[in-house]
Design a protein. Structure first.
Length: 336
């Protein structure tokens, strides 16, 4: 039996751990006090409106294996090659040596404070998609004054495809998340007007295009191709928006109760730090695999593997498939 370390107990880390622990001893390190932090902060998941809590329970159940040791509250701060092992050092200074390590440290969302012109952190009516998700989960969507909102406006591509923030890449999950959230808002508040401002809608997955049509045809969500250049507060705590409808070529000035910023996926601090210390850091701080086509779970360093959103933005489904591929890659490497 080999000893394998997995860093990060998100969907990628858990899925890979559950497979590898059938044959080997696995230690799963997680910096937070629970597993699956980036699942617990969501209500329902695209594409099929699965309950995030149900998915989390199913994934957690996969951890029941005597060969698998879960270490919560253990943040790995460095990952360096020592002789034939990888040396992991946690924030308390403890060191652990493993011949095989899977990096599954995932993402965090773009910090919306960096887009000052959109007023996040300044005007209370400007919130992020995660904050709206929390309201949906709590089954109560209210405006700043504690009333039912008359209008909710979504803005796509916040911190993605954006020169100013330096993130030129597409975050992949936020278009479909906006459509999903718009439908959820309309289900809860049928009389609330919902607008989605987009650059272009990237409905890449199975069922996504249908969800977009449903949002328009069944729920009356309004999609506007355009950019919001500026947000400000009104006297009654609403948000005044300056925008342009780029299809019609007309400037727009409108007020909304909530402006929801669809924040993109960035490399988590753990991904950045450990990618750098292990020498596998790629573009935008995401971890770099050996080859996206043929060796997407291997890295240029012996014994170090990568899986999930630490490599690039991806959905849960893609993450779990990728984690399975990583587990097979590790099993093959151990056998060689
Ligand atoms: C707003 C938003 C909505 C989304 N909605 C959906 C949806 O509806 N459906 C869908 O399919 N996908 C959705 N996603 C994407 C989904 O969240 C990801 O696909 C998934 O969480 C990726 O899993 P992961 O295990 O790769 O990374 P993560 O979930 O990020 O897990 C990584 C884990 O590593 C831990 N970690 C990080 N650094 C360290 C360290 N140094 N030491 C120890 N532990 C560490 C973290 O605490 C975390 O638990 C959404 C994403 C966003 C931004
Ligand atoms: S998925 Fe959509 S909202 Fe997100 S960055 Fe890509 S185009 Fe923009």
């Amino acid at each position: 039996m080999a000893n394998i370390a997995i860093i990060g107990a998100g969907p990628a880390g858990i899925e890979a751990a559950s497979i590898l622990a059938k044959r080997h001893h696995v230690t799963l390190f997680e910096r937070a006090e629970t597993t699956l932090t980036n699942i617990h902060d969501k209500a329902l998941l695209f594409p099929d409106f699965t309950s995030a809590e149900d998915l989390a329970t199913q994934l957690d159940n996969k951890l029941n294996n005597p060969n698998l040791e879960l270490r919560l509250n253990t943040e790995i701060k460095s990952l360096v090659r020592e002789d034939n092992n990888w040396r992991l050092t946690d924030s308390a200074g403890n060191q652990y040596d493993f011949p095989y390590v899977l990096l599954a440290t995932g993402y965090h969302v773009f910090d919306a404070h960096k887009k000052e012109e959109l007023g996040y952190g300044i005007y209370k009516g400007v919130i992020t998609s995660l904050e709206l998700e929390k309201m949906i989960k709590g089954n109560q969507i209210l405006n700043v004054n504690g009333d039912t909102p008359q209008q909710i406006t979504f803005l796509q591509c916040v911190g993605s495809r954006d020169e100013k923030s330096g993130n030129h890449y597409c975050s992949k999950v936020c278009c479909v998340t906006a459509v999903k959230q718009a439908i959820e808002v309309k289900k809860m508040l049928p009389n609330t007007d919902v607008y989605v401002f987009y650059m272009d809608l990237r409905m890449w997955g199975q069922g996504f295009e249908e969800m977009y049509r449903t949002a328009q045809e069944e729920y009356g969500v309004n999609f506007v191709r355009g950019r919001i250049s500026e947000a400000a507060a009104t006297y009654d705590n609403r948000v005044q928006i300056k925008a342009e409808d780029t299809l019609m070529g007309v400037p727009l000035n409108l007020s909304t109760d909530l402006l929801v910023l669809m924040v993109g996926m960035c490399a988590s601090d753990g991904t950045r730090q450990l990618g750098e210390s292990a020498g596998v850091s790629g573009e935008y701080g995401f971890a770099k695999s050996k080859s996206e086509h043929l060796a997407d779970n291997l890295t240029e360093r012996d014994g170090l593997f990568v899986a999930g959103a630490c490599k690039r933005p991806m959905s849960v489904n893609d993450t779990i498939q990728d984690a399975r591929a990583a587990a097979v890659t590790i099993l093959n490497t151990i056998q060689e």
